[in-house]
Ligand binder design. Structure first.
Ligand code: MF3
Ligand code: CO
Ligand code: CO
Length: 270
């Protein structure tokens, strides 16, 4: 297996899929309120994808080796849940933080993005975790350009997150994406500077750091999917799909509601 390079026509298709994924997060934002269940959020998103966007929810029935098919259309990871939270009867309550991770397929191409949402009034320590995780994602994205090394990206994310007193989840990573949901390369959110493959123009991958307030250790729930922190500390995650260009990067998962880059990013604008 090798890393596929996308043509400009492929990238144009991925812009469309990426925009739809981001617009799905825009759509669901006002519904993220105390009292709604994660299952209701899933149903709203599913129907929006299928009926409005005419896109396909990539997670539904997704079955990588060693996993039962994923039973829902989005992932909702609340508080100490790190990723792959399966929507269900759980009601969101005031003070929760929740990651909503969506992946749409449009014309055979994938767009994958996630954001953190605040449910009602959220405590400062939880807000800080979400903000730092957003900045950690951007500390990685800002280094993306042809010629950069993948290890430098993981290193930058890890160094920043750990300097803030947090830990980086190791078991899950960003990934190449295109006609497939998960392709090469694996994009680790930790690593050593000066190591890893050299990026080339036309590569497309996600950067999606999972940052824990406590220790990095994880546990899988008996549903076979939901990943939680072993020490039950809070966890946050943000995700963009990005393409590599000769002079930097392009964020493909962009919509009207996409938060702006942090002030430290001097990359070219979207
Ligand atoms: N969207 C997740 C990612 O960023 C993958 C979810 S796989 C699922 O890679 F099956 F849990 F949906
Ligand atoms: Co995702
Ligand atoms: Co992803």
């Amino acid at each position: 297996m090798s890393i596929s390079l996308k043509s400009s026509e492929d990238i144009e298709n991925m812009r469309i899929a990426g925009r739809l994924a981001a617009e799905l997060l825009d759509y669901i934002t006002p519904f993220v309120q105390p009292g709604i269940t994660t299952g209701e959020l899933d149903k709203l998103c599913h129907d929006y994808m299928v009926d409005v966007q005419h896109s396909i929810p990539a997670p539904l029935n997704y079955a990588p080796a060693g996993h039962a098919p994923y039973p829902r259309s989005i992932c909702t990871s609340v508080n100490q849940q790190i990723c792959h939270g399966v929507p269900g009867d759980k009601q969101l309550k005031n003070g929760d933080i929740v990651n909503i991770d969506v992946t749409v397929i449009k014309n055979g191409w994938h767009g994958d993005t996630s954001r953190m949402f605040y449910v009602g009034n959220v405590a400062p320590h939880a807000r800080r975790l979400c903000e730092i995780t957003y900045q950690a994602m951007w500390h990685g994205i800002r280094l993306v350009r042809a010629g950069a090394l993948l290890g430098d990206i993981g290193h930058a994310i890890q160094k920043f997150a750990e300097a803030q007193g947090y830990s980086v989840v190791r078991e899950f990573c960003g990934h190449g994406i295109g006609r497939n949901f998960h392709e090469e390369p694996q994009v680790l959110h930790y690593g050593r500077a000066g190591t890893g493959i050299k990026l080339e123009s036309g590569m497309v991958f996600t950067i999606e750091p999972m940052i824990n307030a406590g220790r990095r250790d994880i546990r899988q729930l008996s549903d076979g999917w939901t990943i939680v922190t072993k020490d039950r500390s809070l966890s946050a995650q943000w995700e963009h799909t990005v393409s590599v260009t000769d002079d930097g990067f392009e964020i493909l998962t962009v919509s009207a509601g996409t938060p702006p880059p942090p002030a430290f990013v001097h990359g070219k604008p979207d």
